[in-house]
Design a protein around this ligand. Structure first.
Ligand code: HEC
Length: 145
């Protein structure tokens, strides 16, 4: 009888664990509204002002690295115990599939149900649109694979 309970218990745990894994893998980041999707980055990634890039690099280190990692691999020091993992920007092909306006929208407003907060005007970070476009330029230039 006891062994039978133990078996039920193990099967239960396995099922719960399996459903958690599937859930994380199935997660899709919400799609930005059309007015954002049609935006394009005011900076040219291949020919960007050095000052913009320097400032963006600094902001990324200060505000993004602890989750998204210095290589953009999503493995920053704070990422370990997060249920919804930070996006790995350097996954081959990933940034190519993401529109500027999509990245900008999430960066500005955050991603519901995850620890990705909004960084735009009026938030704690209070970054300006220019600063956020700078960070996106930095990400595209450093992490696109
Ligand atoms: C506290 C951890 C944390 C910090 C700090 C953080 N992020 Fe995130 N970020 C996440 C998580 C978690 C996700 C995944 C959200 C989801 O799955 O809904 C994410 C998702 C994103 C996305 C969405 C990618 C896509 O494909 O749509 C962008 C863009 C992004 N982060 C940019 C940034 C930038 C830029 C910074 C710094 C200004 C930053 N994040 C700081 C945790 C963080």
């Amino acid at each position: 009888m006891k062994i039978k309970n133990l078996i039920y218990y193990s099967v239960g745990i396995t099922l719960v664990a399996a459903s958690m894994v599937t859930h994380a893998a199935d997660r899709k980041i919400e799609t930005a509204p059309p007015e954002f999707l049609k935006m394009s980055n005011p900076n040219d990634v291949d020919d960007v002002d050095k000052k913009i890039m320097k400032n963006a690099k600094k902001l990324y280190k200060m505000k993004c690295k602890k989750c998204h990692g210095s290589d953009g691999d999503g493995k920053g020091s704070a990422a370990d115990d997060m249920e919804v993992k930070p996006t790995a920007f350097n996954k081959p092909g990933y940034l190519k599939t993401r529109k500027d306006g999509q990245l900008f929208w999430i960066l500005k407003k955050g991603s519901k149900g995850s620890e990705m907060e909004g960084f735009g005007p009026g938030t704690d970070a209070n970054l300006s649109d220019e600063e956020m476009w700078g960070i996106i330029t930095y990400m595209r230039s450093e992490f696109t694979k």
